[in-house]
Each structure stands twice: as C-alpha cells, then as structure tokens.
Design a protein around this ligand. Structure first.
Ligand code: 4G0
Length: 251
C-alpha cells in the first residue's frame, strides 16, 4: 500500500512512523509512506499557504493552490492515481474499525492535514473524497489524527502482524471488547489470576474469555452490541449471563 500525507509539519511523523510495528512494515515494503510539505508547493516569496478569508472575519484560510499542486505531483507520480483523498477534520465521519478495514483494502491513500480555522472550500469540492474525524474534539492540526488512522490501517495489512495474531483477533472479538489478560506471577499482593486460566482446560478457557468479552461489552459499551451479528455460541453465553443475573437479582 502507498500512503501519501500532505502536511505543514512533516517532521511530526518521524517518531510514530519510524518505530515498532510500522517501522517493520515499512522495512518489509508492506507499506510505503511519504510526507509532502505543503509549504514546498507555495509559489510566493514568503512561501505562505494561508490567506485572509473572502467576506472578512477573523482567522486565516488554507489556500487552494499549494494543495492542488501537491495532489498534481502525487497523481503524476502514480500516473493518474484514483486514490481516495482523505481530509482530516472535526466535521468528518467518525473513524472506526469498520472504516479501518475498508481503507486497508486500498492500494493508495492520500491524507491532507488541515490547519488554521479552515480550508478553501474548493479543496473539498474538487479533491477530497472522504472527510474523516477521530472524534468530537478539535486539535491544532490533522497530523495526530492521521497518525492514529494510518496506524489502525497498517496493522490490518496482511503480514504486518503475525498471521496467527490477526486471525485470532478477527474470529474472537469481532465487534466485542477484549477479555482480561494475565501473566506471571500467579499471585501478586493478594491478587490472584483466575483459576480457569491455570487449569489448562482449553475449552473452559475459551468459553471464559468469550463470556468476559461479552460481559465487558454489555457493561462498558452496550452501543457496540446494537450493530453486532452474534454467533449461536455468543447467544448461548448471553442467555447464560441473563439466567445468572436473574438468579443474582432474584427476579
Ligand atoms: C478545523 C481533525 C480543524 C477544521 C483535525 C481542520 C481534530 C480532528 C482542523 C479543519 C483537527 C479530529 C476544515 C480541515 C485541524 N482537529 N477530530 N484540526 N479543516 O479528527
């Protein structure tokens, strides 16, 4: 996969994209990431990329020319790429794992990191295919959202995580929260590891984990269950949870 990022601060990406799993994915050529400094596409003497808004008002607006020319450069490089062009902004569609999976199927993605109070509307009208947000809050720029989204996408590219890890994840908690994890020691300051995990009984362990995932999701994020397709096994465990609760609450 090719990922191109338009930003005023390319150095910001050095840390996140040159460490750990993303670093390894790049070394293995599973993903090529390139940053472009929007300022390099400014044609004026002071290399500015923003200007005062038509119609007046406070603040500055990111201009059209540098962004169009940067996109031209990228399209040339891939000789007329049909890449999705994603603008990071708080008004966008909220990013989630479903979108991460969708983007992970693409061969080429372009991200535009906006700044200032706004961006000339003609960028949206002519270039942008997707407006994406990472949540209902405002940051100083789109860089940190791009880091988060690119990380979420890259870990889904085949070969980036261990095949075992990714396959397990897909089947086990599709739309559920993770179950609790423990490692040695089996007792720490009076806190014990659940007995079932020490039993070596794989079927019981599997069922305990599934139940924990379902319980956690029910308690912490019930909204996730509304759009989930339950397996027959999950429905069985949910009914057991329901019966246990009835007994507990005497109803
Ligand atoms: C306001 C994304 C702010 C408008 C970007 C960009 C938060 C997010 C910014 C724009 C951001 C998020 C119109 C490009 C930059 N803050 N929640 N700040 N435009 O994902």
């Amino acid at each position: 996969m090719n990922i191109d990022i338009l930003t005023l601060f390319p150095e910001m990406f050095n840390g996140p994209f040159n460490n750990s799993i993303i670093k390894r994915a790049r070394e293995k050529n599973l993903v090529q990431i390139e940053t472009y400094n929007i300022r390099d596409f400014s044609r004026n003497k002071h290399r500015t990329v923003d200007d005062t808004p038509y119609g007046g008002g406070a603040g500055m607006v990111m201009g059209v020319e540098p962004i169009f020319e940067a996109i031209d450069r990228i399209k040339d490089k891939y000789n007329g790429s049909t890449a999705r062009i994603v603008l990071m902004c708080p008004q966008g569609l909220t990013f989630n794992q479903t979108l991460a999976k969708e983007f992970a199927q693409e061969e080429h993605l372009v991200f535009i990191c906006g700044h200032y109070e706004g961006i000339d509307e003609r960028v949206r009208e002519n270039l942008v295919t997707d407006e994406i947000s990472i949540g209902d809050f405002v940051l100083t720029g789109g860089e940190i959202p791009v880091m988060a989204i690119v990380d979420a996408i890259i870990r889904l590219i085949p070969g980036v995580l261990g095949d075992l890890a990714s396959a397990e994840e897909d089947s086990f908690y599709d739309g559920l929260l993770d179950y609790p994890h423990y490692t040695r020691p089996r007792e720490y300051r009076g806190n014990n590891v659940p007995e079932v995990l020490l039993s070596g009984h794989h079927e019981n362990i599997y069922k305990w984990r599934k139940r924990q995932s379902l319980l956690r999701t029910l308690v912490k994020r019930p909204d996730l269950l509304e759009s989930k397709d339950f397996t027959t096994e999950e429905i069985k465990i949910l009914k057991e949870i329901y019966e246990d609760l009835k007994k507990l609450l005497d109803i």
